[in-house]
Design a protein around this ligand. Structure first.
Ligand code: SF4
Length: 215
């Protein structure tokens, strides 16, 4: 079986699950813990602190990673990526419905990235259509073999149901060749032999024949 490995897969720019290396590049990295707490976890109406935190985040090179980290890890308190908890609320709610094909493709390239429920389902469906075996899906989603088997079975049922709904005809079986008819005992009449043309040497009776029409 051929596996797509991470070794030659181009980087997608997505953060891997559990990757916190971006934190050292953050503007707030190395801040005093108490100062950081006061700035990034302000009281809901502390507009001064909120403005200060937003200003810091606006100049931060890892703003996007920071915000995604908060969303994927369900961190509902504080300011992450320059977005307050009140501003993030709707995003937290809608995250399971996110369908980002960059992430789906990243999984097929062997990356270990965070998937929402919807993205995960797309991976499972595509894995079934691509003919993945359960052990391969288990590695990609980091789940047990039996669980992967079950998920593939569900995907198969779904595809089968969809084909029935949309009238996709089932595959036709190849027709089996009929065995050749038994030969009759009656001998087939032999065809009359064709006669070979006889070779007749040309004999010339006239003495002038060799001179042809010139004569
Ligand atoms: S975006 Fe803001 S909270 Fe996140 S790492 Fe940067 S400075 Fe810190």
């Amino acid at each position: 079986m051929r596996y797509i490995t991470t070794h030659d897969a181009p980087a997608t720019g997505l953060r891997g699950v559990g990757d916190t290396s971006w934190q050292t590049r953050g503007v707030c990295y190395g801040m005093d813990v108490e100062d950081a707490d006061a700035t990034f976890f302000p009281l809901p109406r502390d507009h001064e602190a909120i403005a200060e935190a937003k200003e810091l985040c606006a100049a931060c090179p890892v703003r996007r990673e920071c915000l995604n980290y908060a969303l994927e890890n369900d961190l509902k308190d504080g300011i992450w990526g320059g977005v307050t908890e009140a501003e993030r609320r709707a995003w937290h709610k809608g995250l399971p419905q996110r369908l980002d094909y960059t992430r789906v493709l990243a999984v097929f390239k062997g990356r270990d990235v965070h998937l929402t429920a919807k993205e995960r389902q797309v991976v499972i469906d595509h894995a079934y259509v691509r003919g993945w075996r359960a052990d391969r899906l288990a590695v990609a989603l980091q789940i047990g073999h039996k669980h992967a088997q079950e998920l593939l079975r569900e995907a198969a049922d779904k595809v089968f149901g969809r084909d029935l709904t949309f009238g996709v005809p089932p595959r036709r079986k190849k027709k089996e060749k009929k065995p050749a008819a038994p030969t009759t005992s009656r001998p087939t009449p032999a065809r009359p032999a064709t006669r070979e043309p006889e070779f007749r040497p040309v004999t010339s009776t006239s003495a002038n024949t060799s001179f042809g029409k010139a004569v």
